[in-house]
Design a protein. Structure first.
Length: 180
């Protein structure tokens, strides 16, 4: 299996619109001071929902991705969604959100794009060996950059450091799955 795979239209347009409407109409969003790290000084705010149960259309995204990757006996570790609103460059400063790992144990990360947006996802060439293996970011290089496109999912080895750019034109909404 390739390290990073991108699948367009992982679910049909009908389910894509159901997911978008479900997320924006739930009213269950929680505010977060920074979408990439709890104690980060960037303060790039957004909103999140941690799913206890998956909506059937969101579950279909997960099942279709697992099927395409031919994963055997996968376990869903967590599923959550993040919503970032566009911020003026004066507020957010330069650079991307702080690179991070969702988990420090071997896993797959899937990022589903709820709608077209700016705010690319960036996956770096650095793969951590354990939770203490934190790179110097001047030493890492971009491995892949993905533009948010509705209905697209990117699947990658979750031990690769990754981040997002803060949107400046459109809201950026993703669903993040971590699979063991």
């Amino acid at each position: 299996i390739l390290m990073i795979q991108v699948f367009d239209d992982i679910v049909d347009i009908f389910d894509q619109e159901i997911i978008k409407n479900f997320l924006y109409d739930t009213g269950q969003w929680s505010f977060v001071k920074d979408v990439s790290m709890k104690d980060n000084k960037q303060q790039r705010p957004g909103f999140k929902i941690i799913f206890n149960q998956l909506h059937p259309s969101i579950d279909l995204v997960l099942k279709n991705t697992i099927k395409k990757l031919k994963l055997k006996n996968p376990t869903l570790l967590e599923a959550r969604t993040f919503l970032q609103l566009p911020l003026d460059k004066k507020y957010i400063g330069e650079g991307v959100d702080t690179p991070h790992l969702d988990r420090t144990t071997p896993h797959w990360s899937f990022i589903y794009y709820v709608e077209d947006s700016d705010g690319d996802t960036i996956i770096y060439d650095y793969k951590s060996k354990d939770e203490n293996d934190i790179p110097y970011f001047e030493d890492v290089k971009e491995l892949k950059r993905i533009k948010p496109k509705q209905g697209t999912i990117v699947a990658f080895d979750g031990l690769h450091w990754h981040t997002a750019e803060q949107p400046t034109k459109n809201k950026r909404c993703i669903i993040n799955f971590n699979i063991e």
